[in-house]
Design a protein around this ligand. Structure first.
Ligand SMILES: [Zn+2]
Ligand SMILES: [Zn+2]
Length: 280
């Protein structure tokens, strides 16, 4: 019969507590156990919290919670709070802004739980931007509901990530007046106005070429403009790709590789080279 001391002396894994001379650990070194089960181990070791704000310190997720189950929990909570807002707050003449549903459908990213306040309600007061930052969409919708009558220019804005225009809204954009652009942070169409003092920048835009019967990218010098509400500029990469013209292509059955129809400058050069080679 083993005595107490002999039991104690048997080596145990520092991370999972299982015996090193038995079972799976006979071939797995202690360090590999940590690497493999890091998330489970970190989750077990993390401090317990009662409120969400305890998990944050000066607006950022505390290091003890990074790489633990807390991240998944916070992401699930973001989704739940948004659903609660969509299902519960749209009454008494108040309509939930359509971007809230779009934000929720797009899913959540790590950046939106690593920061304590990834949402904001923006208001224009005498032409100046004011904002109130929020932890979740429920809080944001609730605040928007209280101020939307006195401040019709207010809107909910994402601070944690930018959103591409959903394909269903691309054709709606073509029908709107030209000054309405897709704002990737507002998640909706907004008026873009020139930044003062005026600035210009170089970029590429998609233009229809009558000769080639296709869209091509051309260099242009544009005025720097910004979203009237949140201040995002038209230099933003997601703004640039969301506000380009959109075309539909029919792809025949069985086609596996599709050539891009929009020519970039590099693509044009490659094509010219190919033609020259054929001529020779
Ligand atoms: Zn172990
Ligand atoms: Zn905006």
């Amino acid at each position: 019969m083993p005595t107490k001391t002999s039991l104690k002396r048997r080596p145990r894994c520092r991370w999972c507590g299982k015996r090193m001379d038995k079972g799976a650990h006979r071939e797995v070194p202690e360090m590999l156990c940590f690497v493999r089960n890091e998330k489970a181990i970190r989750s077990r070791a993390r401090p317990r919290v009662k409120t969400v704000s305890e998990a944050y310190q000066s607006g950022k997720l505390r290091a003890e919670f990074i790489g633990t189950d807390m991240e998944d929990k916070l992401m699930r909570r973001q989704r739940q709070m948004a659903l609660d807002a969509i299902l519960g707050l749209g009454e008494n003449g108040y309509h939930i802004p359509p971007n809230v549903e779009m934000f929720n459908e797009a899913g959540y990213v790590w950046n939106q739980v690593a920061n304590q306040k990834p949402w904001a309600v923006y208001v224009l007061v005498d032409g100046k931007r004011k904002r109130r930052r929020c932890n979740n969409l429920y809080e944001a919708v609730l605040y928007h509901r209280t101020i939307h009558k006195t401040h019709p220019s207010s809107g909910i804005v994402s601070m944690g990530r930018a959103y591409d225009i959903p394909s269903s809204l691309r054709f709606k954009k073509a029908k709107l007046p030209k000054r309405f652009k897709w704002c990737p942070y507002c998640g909706t169409f907004r008026v873009y106005i020139r930044v003062l003092p005026e600035q210009r920048f170089f970029t590429q835009i998609k233009r229809w070429d009558e000769k080639k019967k296709q869209f091509i990218w051309v260099d242009r010098k544009l005025w720097l403009t910004e979203c009237q509400l949140c201040g995002n500029t038209n230099r933003d990469s997601i703004f640039r790709r969301s506000n380009q013209p959109w075309e539909l292509r029919k792809i025949k059955k069985g086609v596996k590789r599709i050539k891009p129809r929009v020519l970039t400058e590099r693509g044009q050069l490659a094509r010219q080279k190919k033609r020259r080679r054929v001529r020779r």
